[in-house]
Write a protein that binds this ligand. Structure first.
Ligand SMILES: NC(=O)C1=CN([C@@H]2O[C@H](COP(=O)(O)OP(=O)(O)OC[C@H]3O[C@@H](n4cnc5c(N)ncnc54)[C@H](OP(=O)(O)O)[C@@H]3O)[C@@H](O)[C@H]2O)C=CC1
Ligand SMILES: O=C(O)[C@@H]1CCC=N1
Length: 269
C-alpha cells in the first residue's frame, strides 16, 4: 500500500486506520486525512502519530487510494468534485458509504476510475467480521487486498447483494449485543448476580457457536439434544414461540436492508 487519504475522518475511518496500522498494512507516514472538522483531524493525527506534512490538495495529488468515509446524507457530490480537482485519475476511490452504488460513484468520480465499494464491519479490532466488497472493472485487486483484509475478512459480492449484506451482516452485530443484554437481564431477573449471569451468557454463546462448528449439526438438532420431554428447556422454548422473537428479528433485518437502499437516493433525514 502506498499513500492513502481519508475524506471524512469519523468513527469508521478511525476504526479502519487503527486496524490497518495494528496489522502493518499501512504506516503512520502513509496516511493523510480530510474532515469538515479540523479538530477531528488534529485528534486523529495525534492519536495515531500521523506524520505527513502535506496540505489537503497535496495529499489528494499524492494519494494512490482515497477512502470516502462521509455519511450517505453528506454532500458526496461536493466531496467528489473536490477530489477530482486534485487527485490523479488513476487513484483508486474506496467508498465505505452505505447504499451508494458504483453507478453513482462512477458518475461522480469518473467512469474510468478504479472504484471499490465496500461496507466494513465495526468488529475491525477483533479480526472477526466480514466486509462486503465490490470492485468496478478498473480495480487491480491484488495490491489492495492486504489493506482491505487488515480491517475485516473480505466477502467479495455481486453488487446486487451489497445492500442486503449491509442490513444483515454489518448491522447484524447489533442483534448479538442486544441478545446478550436481554439474556443477561433474564438471568438477573431470575436471581443471579449480573457478573454471574454475564459469564454464563458469554460462555453459552461461544460454546453454542463452537458446538455448531464441531458437530456440523443444524441448530434445531442441537436444541433437540438440549430439551428432554416435558422438561425445563422445551417449556421455556414454548413461551418464546408464543412471542414475536423470530419474526421480529427477521422484520428488523428487512427494515435495515430497506433503509440501506433508501440511503442510496437523495438526502433522507
Ligand atoms: N458506523 C458503522 O457501523 C458503519 C458505517 N459505514 C459507513 O461509513 C460512513 C461513515 O460512518 P461513520 O464513521 O459512522 O460516520 P461519522 O459521522 O462518524 O463520520 C463521518 C465524518 O465525515 C465528516 N464529513 C461530513 N461531511 C464531510 C465533507 N463534505 N468533507 C469531509 N468530511 C465530512 C463528518 O464531520 P461532521 O460530523 O462534523 O459532519 C464526520 O467526521 C457512512 O457512510 C456509513 O454508511 C459503513 C459500515 C459500518
Ligand atoms: O448504521 C449504519 O448506517 C451503518 C451501516 C451499517 C451499519 N452501520
Amino acid at each position: 500500500m502506498s499513500q492513502i487519504h481519508f475524506v471524512g475522518a469519523g468513527q469508521m475511518a478511525e476504526a479502519i486506520i487503527r486496524a490497518a496500522q495494528k496489522r502493518g498494512a499501512v504506516s503512520a507516514s502513509q496516511i493523510t486525512l480530510a474532515d469538515i472538522d479540523d479538530g477531528r483531524i488534529a485528534t486523529l493525527r495525534d492519536r495515531y502519530q500521523l506524520t505527513s506534512a502535506l496540505n489537503d490538495s497535496e495529499a489528494l495529488a499524492a494519494a494512490d487510494y482515497i477512502v470516502i468515509g462521509v455519511r450517505p446524507q453528506d454532500d458526496i457530490d461536493g466531496v467528489a468534485r473536490h477530489i477530482c480537482q486534485y487527485a490523479s485519475p488513476q487513484a483508486t476511490v474506496i467508498s465505505i458509504i452505505a447504499g451508494v452504488t458504483l453507478e453513482r460513484l462512477g458518475a461522480q468520480f469518473g467512469t474510468t476510475r478504479p472504484i471499490v465499494r465496500t461496507i466494513p464491519n465495526t468488529l475491525t479490532d477483533t479480526g472477526f467480521g466480514y466486509s462486503g466488497v465490490v470492485f468496478n472493472a478498473h480495480v487491480k485487486p491484488e495490491p489492495l487486498m492486504p489493506f482491505l483484509e487488515s480491517f475485516g475478512k473480505v466477502m467479495l459480492l455481486e453488487e446486487r447483494l451489497i445492500d442486503i449484506f449491509t442490513g444483515f451482516a454489518v448491522a447484524g452485530v447489533n442483534y448479538v449485543y442486544y441478545f446478550i443484554e436481554s439474556l443477561t437481564d433474564a438471568g438477573v431477573l431470575s436471581g443471579l448476580s449480573r457478573p454471574q449471569a454475564s459469564k454464563v451468557v458469554w460462555e453459552n454463546l461461544i460454546g453454542g457457536v463452537e458446538m455448531l462448528k464441531t458437530s456440523g449439526l443444524h441448530p434445531r438438532q442441537l436444541m433437540d439434544i438440549n430439551n428432554s420431554p416435558a422438561g425445563v428447556g422445551i417449556n421455556g422454548l414454548y413461551e418464546l414461540n408464543n412471542s414475536d422473537f423470530a419474526a421480529g428479528l427477521q422484520r428488523s433485518v428487512m427494515t435495515a436492508v430497506r433503509r440501506t437502499t433508501e440511503l442510496s437516493g437523495s438526502k433522507p433525514a
